[in-house]
Design a protein around this ligand. Structure first.
Ligand SMILES: Nc1nc2c(ncn2[C@@H]2O[C@H](COP(=O)(O)OP(=O)(O)OP(=O)(O)O)[C@@H](O)[C@H]2O)c(=O)[nH]1
Ligand SMILES: [Mg+2]
Length: 334
């Protein structure tokens, strides 16, 4: 029997996946339970969710308790989501994570030829045509060192960029260490993002493998060795993070992975649309979803939208269920 999960449930699940703190996770798990249709086919899922909620509650409470006692500084850097989506850059020490952020964005992280330079995450905005994707540079992950907040970033990101240092003989092992370290948690790397249907805590985030420093001596041999030894399933890019010309294909696929389209809005009273600032919405979303994004009351008051775009004749009035296309111009009527 199918569980027939509702749109609201799926939205809550989506928000759960995007949560960056245990408190947020707890909140969305509770919403998921409320929104879950209660019938035989969901008994199992309900029970799992309840266990998950009680575990998460304990985690939140124990964090609060240790915070009150001042036992250890629990570091958490909440980075608000911005732009069309988020890609988080991870890897072993000295792999070139900060260099990549520096070359692709206007951010100015510290870049240095020794490990453990980066101690705090730093975001930057990567431009793609007229939109931006948020990139987050992070401290290195090693067998003994994994900032817990990184798991939240990885879960909530659309994409992980896993960097390998091809300039060092330790690069391959350091990359495998990152994967092993994450495999010991419920936050895993995969070729596509998904949530495990059986275990609600288990999440997989789409990952690209960035074989970095391809310009250095011995890089080609190390790359061959990496592919022989690790057989990683991720899509692979050979890059030199100091040279932007090697990053253009990556820039395009990072944007594609956000799985969004752009729409431009036009006020009914104006002749021209606002072409400077597109809205980005998930591919497959409708006119009604856009209306809600612009103003939450519009969900109830939307009458129709006039569309100028590739799928319809210019200015055609469409109902809320119209699936928006990339570069549509939309005039909302409420
Ligand atoms: N030749 C070459 N050098 C690179 C490349 N990418 C990064 N580097 C250099 O490698 C060194 C380490 O780069 P970072 O970006 O600081 O490395 P990181 O991964 O942020 O290091 P941590 O913050 O310590 O984890 C710096 O000297 C960079 O300039 C590359 O593709 N080619
Ligand atoms: Mg760094």
């Amino acid at each position: 029997m199918a569980a027939n999960l509702t749109q609201q449930y799926k939205k809550a699940e989506d928000n759960y996946r995007r949560s960056q703190t245990p408190e947020e996770e707890l909140k969305w798990l509770q919403v998921m339970l409320t929104e879950m249709p209660k019938h035989k086919a969901t008994d199992h899922l309900q029970a799992k969710l309840k266990t998950q909620i009680s575990e998460k509650r304990k985690e939140v409470e124990s964090q609060k308790a240790s915070g009150k006692k001042g036992a250890g500084v629990s570091r958490s850097f909440k980075i608000p989501r911005q732009g069309a989506g988020t890609a988080v850059i991870i890897g072993g020490p000295n792999a070139g994570k900060s260099q990549l952020l520096m070359t692709l964005t206007r951010a100015t992280p510290e870049v240095a030829p020794y490990p453990f330079t980066t101690q705090q995450p730093q975001p930057g905005m990567m431009q793609w045509e007229d939109v931006f994707v948020q990139l987050i540079d992070t401290p290195p992950i090693t067998p003994d060192f994994l900032e817990p907040y990184l798991l939240g970033y990885i879960r909530s990101a659309e994409l992980v960029l896993l960097m390998v240092d091809l300039a060092s003989d330790d690069g391959i092992e350091q990359c495998q260490d990152v994967i092993n370290r994450l495999n010991a948690t419920k936050t895993r790397l995969a070729t596509e993002s998904s949530l495990d249907e059986e275990d609600v805590g288990l999440s997989f985030t789409k990952t690209f493998l960035l074989a970095n420093k391809i310009d250095t001596d011995g890089a080609a041999e190390r790359l061959e060795l990496l592919n022989e030894l690790c057989k990683l399933p991720f899509k692979q890019y050979l890059i030199n993070s100091t040279d932007i010309t090697t990053l253009e294909t990556l820039r395009n696929t990072v944007y594609d992975s956000m799985d969004v389209i752009r729409v431009y809005t036009k006020a009914p009273s104006k002749k021209e649309a606002d072409m400077d600032k597109p809205f980005t919405i998930k591919r497959g979303e409708t006119l009604l979803d856009l209306a809600e994004l612009i103003h939450k009351d519009y969900v109830k008051t939307l009458k129709f939208g006039r569309i100028w775009g590739s799928a319809v004749h210019d200015g055609t009035p469409m109902k809320g269920d119209y699936v928006l296309q990339d570069k549509d111009v939309v005039e909302i009527h409420v």
